[in-house]
Design a protein around this ligand. Structure first.
Ligand code: UDX
Ligand code: UDX
Length: 459
């Protein structure tokens, strides 16, 4: 099928950047991103691109270049579905918070709603592309809904999981290691391969069956997260044995069979994907009664929770076993640098634990607002909104966050944290002035020379 119009349902962290890059590289294809959230669409249409709803290096420039030419943002979902030959589903698939599979399975209600809507609106044949991360065999459900419309419209379903990482989304999209397309219809697969082919070499466009494609996405995220939990497990052992986890990571990473990436020990991984996808993998394995498989992958999450908890406990015990009434300055709230996304950020859980111990927290993150910090904590429901807003506040500058603090907790690896005037920070803090570096970002000997009591991970 010759594709001249594409629609993407879901203007989020995946849909937005992916469609912007497709539009940039396919000037003859009209790309419309639709969303039920009017406010989000308005932000995508804001004439000042610094107000886009998501922050990604390089994104604003591409939106500025393509928006209004062949990239459009709209809430007119039905119109966009109707006029497009290809429809991407890129809505969120959070972990279920109710019913069967609560806390484990992916909630597919938004995906199903999209499929039903496409079935209702479509008058002409469509290629439907699953972009959202879905449990293996979801395409079956989508196909079943689309095949029971009673009309003679033909639907081809493709799985095209996204491997971009936030913070580097544009680079990952422009230079992907591979593009994965799973499907039955060769014609549909080639239609999508041609769109990517305008900038990705064909050899890097992998064609598989739908189920391999769906499962590969879950597996890739599980393997990546597993590496972090593995090195984090070793970090605790390093702290007992005077080994240095960064040295261990370097030494093992130079083995070409292991490789150097994703071996950075940290306060724990966050983000919208790793935990959700592994829980989902565990749930699927259990549903096939594969207990050993499920237990194996679940351990990745258990270790990650342990790492976050251990960081908070260590901070409390170092501050003479109490943080009650003490000011703790957080540097960073996002789940990693170069993004304003805070979903599942380790900072949220560490803060919650410290607030239970009656600490008072001031947070500085270059891209996260106070209202986001409040809503992240309120979502946990540990205490009332009033209590949260009394105990934790976002600060306008790092120096405000750290003034009179007993300790600094580095939660995100933003580059700018390294460039601060740490001597000035030291003079403005309570003494002894502690740094708990959850990202091994600062230089230990420099900090100790200034006078800080410096603790990092796995050292
Ligand atoms: C994506 C993927 O879709 C998810 O499966 C993957 O695991 C993580 O990345 P993401 O783009 O990060 O999700 O989600 P989000 O930023 O929440 O965007 C989803 C958008 O879909 C939201 O703007 C939401 O308003 C929209 N949406 C949701 C719809 O337009 N219609 C719906 O029915 C539901
Ligand atoms: C991940 C996958 O990398 C991506 O391919 C997939 O499409 C979506 O999920 P993302 O969650 O955006 O991407 O970011 P990623 O760079 O993978 O980082 C996830 C978390 O792991 C962050 O909290 C990060 O700080 C942490 N991390 C990463 C470490 O603690 N150590 C590392 O070595 C790497």
């Amino acid at each position: 099928m010759k594709v001249t119009k594409i629609c993407c349902i879901g203007a989020g962290y995946v849909g937005g950047p992916t469609m912007a890059v497709i539009a940039k590289n396919n000037p003859n294809i009209k790309v419309t991103i639709v969303d039920i959230n009017q406010e989000r669409i308005d932000a995508w249409n804001d004439s000042d691109v610094s107000n886009l709803p998501i922050y990604e290096p390089g994104l604003a420039e591409i939106v500025e270049e393509t928006r209004g030419k062949n990239l459009f943002f709209s809430t007119e979902i039905n119109k966009a579905i109707d006029e497009s030959e290809m429809i991407f589903i890129s809505v969120n698939t959070p972990t279920k918070t109710y019913g069967k599979g609560k806390g484990m399975a992916a909630d597919l209600k938004y995906v199903e709603l999209c499929a039903r809507n496409i079935a209702k609106v479509a008058q002409t044949d469509k290629i439907v592309v699953e972009k959202s991360t879905l449990p293996v065999r979801t395409a079956q459900a989508i196909k079943s809904i689309l095949d029971h419309t009673g009309s003679d419209v033909k639907f081809d379903i493709l799985s095209n999981p996204e491997f971009l990482a936030e913070g580097t989304a544009i680079q990952d999209l422009l230079n992907p290691d591979r593009v994965l397309i799973g499907g039955e219809s060769e014609d549909a697969i080639e239609s999508l391969a041609n769109i990517y082919g305008s900038w990705v070499p064909q050899a890097q466009i992998l064609r598989t069956n739908v189920w391999s494609s769906e499962l590969s996405k879950l597996t890739a995220n599980a393997f990546l997260a597993q590496r972090i939990s593995s090195i984090n497990a070793i970090s605790e052992l390093c702290e007992k044995t005077e080994a240095n986890v960064d040295e261990v990571a370097k030494a093992i990473g130079m083995d070409s069979r292991i490789g150097p990436k994703f071996l950075k020990s940290s306060v724990g991984f966050g983000g919208s994907c790793f935990q959700k996808d592994i829980l989902n993998l565990v749930y699927i394995a259990r549903s096939y009664n594969l207990q050993a498989v499920a237990d194996y992958w679940e351990q990745v999450i258990i270790l990650n929770d342990h790492q976050k908890r251990r960081f908070a406990d260590n901070l409390i015990s170092t501050l003479y076993n109490t943080v009650s009434g003490k000011k703790i300055g957080f540097l960073g709230w996002a789940f990693k640098k170069d993004t304003n996304d805070t979903r599942e950020s380790a900072a949220i859980y560490v803060a919650d634990h410290l607030l239970n111990e009656q600490a008072s927290i001031a947070v500085y993150d270059p891209k996260v607002s106070d209202s986001k910090i409040q809503s992240d904590l309120n979502y946990l429901n540990t205490r009332s909104e009033e209590e949260n807003s009394k105990l934790i506040q976002g600060s306008a500058t790092p120096y405000d966050a750290l003034k009179d603090a007993h300790a600094v907790a580095i939660m995100t690896e933003w580059d700018e944290f390294k460039t601060y005037d740490w001597k000035k920070i030291y003079t403005q803090m309570k003494k002894p002035a502690f740094i708990f570096d959850g990202r091994n970002l600062l230089d230990k000997s420099t900090m100790e020379k200034i006078g800080f009591e410096y603790t990092s991970i796995g050292q």
